[in-house]
Design a binder for this molecule. Structure first.
Ligand code: ADP
Ligand code: MG
Length: 555
C-alpha cells in the first residue's frame, strides 16, 4: 500500500526508478535464491514446506517494506507482489502467513494504521475467495487473476473508500504498475526455474529408465541360453552374447577373431549367406537352420531367427541373429520318424504274412497228403520242415503288425541263454566260434514271453557270429545293474560297426549283409521294448561289438 505523507505528488524522477530497480533486484534475488537451492536439493520443498516458504516470503516482503522509498511525500513498496505470488503458488495458508508478516512490518515501519489494516483485510478476503475459485488453473493464470483482482480492489478501496483520489491519480497508477511488474518478474523467475527443474527431473528420469532398460536387456542377453549375434552392414559380427561360451565352448574374443562361416558347417554356409542376402534385399525377418561347430569338433543343429534392424531412413543398420540349439529336437524328430517307419513296416509285414499263410496251408496239406502215399520220401520231410519254418516266420511277421496277447511267464534268463547257445552250437562249431558264458549269480528271473526273448538272443548271437567269418569268441555276461535290473552283455570279436552307423541299428531294412533282411534288430528292439527293457551298442570298426540288453528282474 501507499502511504501518503504530504499529499502532493509530482511526476516520476530518475531517483524513483533507481529505487524501484533496487526493490525489483532485491525481489528477484530473494525469489531466485530458494529456487536455485532447490534445484540442487533433489526434493520438492514447494509442496512439503509450504508454511516455511510462506514464512520466508514474509521475510522477503518485510525486507521490501524496509526498502520502501519515498517520493514527493509518498512511500512505495511492493510487498503485495510477494503476497500475490505466494497465494498463486502456495495457497491461502502460506499466503496468510506472508501477508501477516508483511502487515506487521508495515505497521512497524510507519503510522496511519487504519487504511493499512482495513485494506489488508479486504485484500486477504478477496485473495482467499479468488484462490478458491481458481483452484484448477495453472499458477501463472492464477497470479494474473490475483493481480487484476488486487488492482480492482485497490481502485475501489483506496481512491473511493478512503477518498485518496484527490491527492494524485498518477501516483496510484504508478504504484499499481510497479506492483504488477514485481509480480510479473517474480512469476517469470518462478516459472522459468520450475521449467528448468522439470526438464532436469525429466532428463534424470529418462536417464534412469534408459539405464534400467539397458540393464534389463543386458541381463537377458547375458543370461539366455540362446545365442545372440549382431551383424553389421558389412556382414561382420559386432556382438556375440556370452552364451556362445557355454553352448559352443569358444570364448567371445576368440569368436570375434574367427570368420563366422568357419564355424558353420560347409554344407550350410551357402544357405546362411543366401538368407543374409535375402534379408538385406527384402528387409524382412527370416529363419534359417544350420550347424555350428562346437570347439570340440561336434556339430550342433541350430535354428536361427534373423531380424533386420532399420534406421529412420529404412536402411538396414544391423541384423540381429538369435539361434537356438535344436539338436535334441532333431533327435526326437528322427526317433519319431523311425517309429513311424517301424509301424508302417509292421503293418506291411502283417499284411504280406497274412497273404502268404493261406496258400501255405494249401501247399502244406498237399505235401502231407503226398507224404502219406510215399512214406520213405526224404525230400518230402525236408519240404515239410522248410514249410514249417516259413510258417513260423510269417507268424512272427504277423506278430509285428498287431499287438498279440502274449503269454507272460517267469523264466530264468540263464536257461533261455543256454538253450539258445545250444541251438546255435552246431553252426558255431562249423565256423570255429566258441561261446563263453559267465553268470554273476544264479537267479535272473524275468517275466516274459519266453519264445520272444529267445528270438532276441538268437538274432543277436547270430549277428555276432556273422560278424566273425574267421571265427573267434563270443562272450556272454549276465549281471545285476545298479537299479536292480539285469544286464545281458554280448561281446564279439567281429568286424565292428562304424560309430556313425550305430544310430541306424534297428532301422527297418538296414543291413550291410548280402543276404541280410535288416529286420532282425528291429524285431529285437520291439520285443525288448515290450518287456520294458533297453538295448544299447558299443562298437568301433574292426574292434568287435558289445550289445547290452537291460531287462527288469521279477521281484
Ligand atoms: P541283418 O542281420 O539281416 O543284416 P540286423 O537287423 O540283424 O539285420 O542287423 C542289421 C545290421 O547291423 C547288420 O547288417 C550289420 O551290419 C549290423 N550288425 C548287427 N550286429 C552286429 C555285430 N555284432 N557286429 C557287426 N555288425 C553288426
Ligand atoms: Mg541279423
Amino acid at each position: 500500500m501507499i502511504i501518503s505523507k504530504s499529499g502532493i505528488y509530482i511526476g516520476g524522477s530518475q531517483l524513483i526508478i533507481i529505487d524501484y530497480i533496487i526493490n525489483l533486484s532485491m525481489l528477484s534475488l530473494m525469489v531466485s535464491t530458494p529456487l536455485v537451492i532447490r534445484s540442487y536439493l533433489n526434493l520438492n520443498p514447494l509442496k512439503q514446506l509450504r508454511i516455511w516458504a510462506g514464512l520466508y516470503a514474509g521475510i522477503v516482503s518485510s525486507v521490501l517494506v524496509s526498502l520502501s522509498f519515498q517520493d514527493q511525500g509518498y512511500s512505495y513498496d511492493i510487498r503485495y507482489a510477494v503476497i500475490i505470488l505466494v497465494f498463486a503458488y502456495l495457497g491461502p495458508g502460506p499466503g496468510l502467513v506472508t501477508g501477516s508478516i508483511a502487515l506487521a512490518s508495515r505497521l512497524v515501519a510507519s503510522d496511519n494504521w487504519f487504511p493499512a489494516i482495513a485494506g489488508w483485510l479486504v485484500v486477504m478476503a478477496v485473495f482467499i475467495v479468488i484462490h478458491k475459485l481458481t483452484l484448477h488453473i495453472k499458477p501463472v493464470r492464477r497470479y494474473m487473476i490475483l493481480t487484476s483482482s488486487y488492482i480492482v480492489t485497490y481502485i475501489i478501496i483506496v481512491p473511493i473508500a478512503f477518498n485518496v483520489i484527490r491527492d494524485n491519480p498518477v501516483f496510484h497508477l504508478q504504484y499499481l504498475l510497479f506492483v504488477s511488474i514485481g509480480v510479473l518478474i517474480g512469476g517469470l523467475l518462478i516459472e522459468s526455474y520450475e521449467k528448468l527443474y522439470r526438464i532436469i527431473k525429466e532428463r534424470k528420469r529418462m536417464e534412469q529408465t534408459l539405464e534400467e532398460s539397458e540393464s534389463n536387456y543386458r541381463l537377458i542377453a547375458e543370461n539366455t541360453s540362446d545365442l545372440i549375434m549382431v551383424m553389421d552392414k558389412e556382414h561382420a559380427i559386432s556382438y556375440f552374447s556370452p552364451s556362445h561360451e557355454v553352448v559352443l565352448g569358444y570364448k567371445v574374443p576368440e569368436l570375434e577373431n574367427i570368420e563366422i562361416c568357419k564355424v558353420i558347417h560347409p554344407d550350410d554356409v551357402v544357405n546362411f549367406r543366401d538368407t543374409i542376402t535375402k534379408i538385406m534385399k527384402n528387409k524382412e525377418p527370416l529363419t534359417v537352420e544350420f550347424r555350428f561347430q562346437h570347439i570340440n569338433g561336434k556339430w550342433l543343429d541350430f535354428e536361427s531367427r534373423c531380424m533386420p534392424v532399420m534406421d529412420d531412413a529404412q536402411t538396414i543398420e544391423h541384423i540381429v541373429i538369435i539361434s537356438r540349439d535344436i539338436s535334441e529336437r532333431k533327435k526326437a524328430e528322427e526317433i519319431l520318424l523311425q517309429s513311424e517307419k517301424l509301424s508302417i513296416v509292421g503293418e506291411l509285414a502283417a499284411g504280406v504274412a497274412h497273404e502268404i499263410r493261406n496258400p501255405l496251408t494249401t501247399i502244406k496239406g498237399f505235401v502231407q497228403l503226398y507224404g502219406k502215399d510215399n512214406k520213405s520220401n526224404e525230400i518230402n520231410s525236408l519240404l515239410l520242415s522248410e514249410l514249417e519254418r516259413i510258417e513260423t516266420i510269417t507268424s512272427e511277421m504277423l506278430s509285428l503288425g498287431k499287438p498279440q496277447a502274449i503269454q507272460l511267464n517267469q523264466a530264468n534268463l540263464c536257461d533261455l541263454i543256454d538253450h539258445t547257445v545250444e541251438f546255435l552250437s552246431p553252426q558255431a562249431n562249423m565256423k570255429n566260434i566258441q561261446f563263453s558264458r559267465s553268470y554273476l549269480g544264479a537267479d535272473f528271473f524275468i517275466t516274459c514271453e519266453k519264445n520272444q526273448i529267445k528270438q532276441v538272443f538268437l538274432n543277436i548271437f547270430k549277428n555276432a557270429m556273422e560278424a566273425m567269418p574267421k571265427g573267434g569268441n563270443i562272450d556272454i555276461k549276465l549281471q545285476k545293474g545298479i537299479d536292480g535290473e539285469c544286464i545281458i552283455s554280448v561281446q564279439d570279436e567281429g568286424c565292428g560297426i562304424p560309430e556313425e552307423l550305430l544310430p541306424r541299428l534297428g532301422e527297418p531294412f538296414y543291413t550291410l549283409k548280402e543276404k541280410g533282411t535288416g529286420l532282425g534288430l528291429m524285431i529285437c528292439h520291439k520285443i525288448i521294448k515290450q518287456h520294458n527293457g533297453t538295448v544299447s551298442y558299443h562298437s568301433k570298426l574292426n574292434n568287435g561289438t558289445l550289445v547290452k540288453i537291460r531287462l527288469p528282474l521279477t521281484n
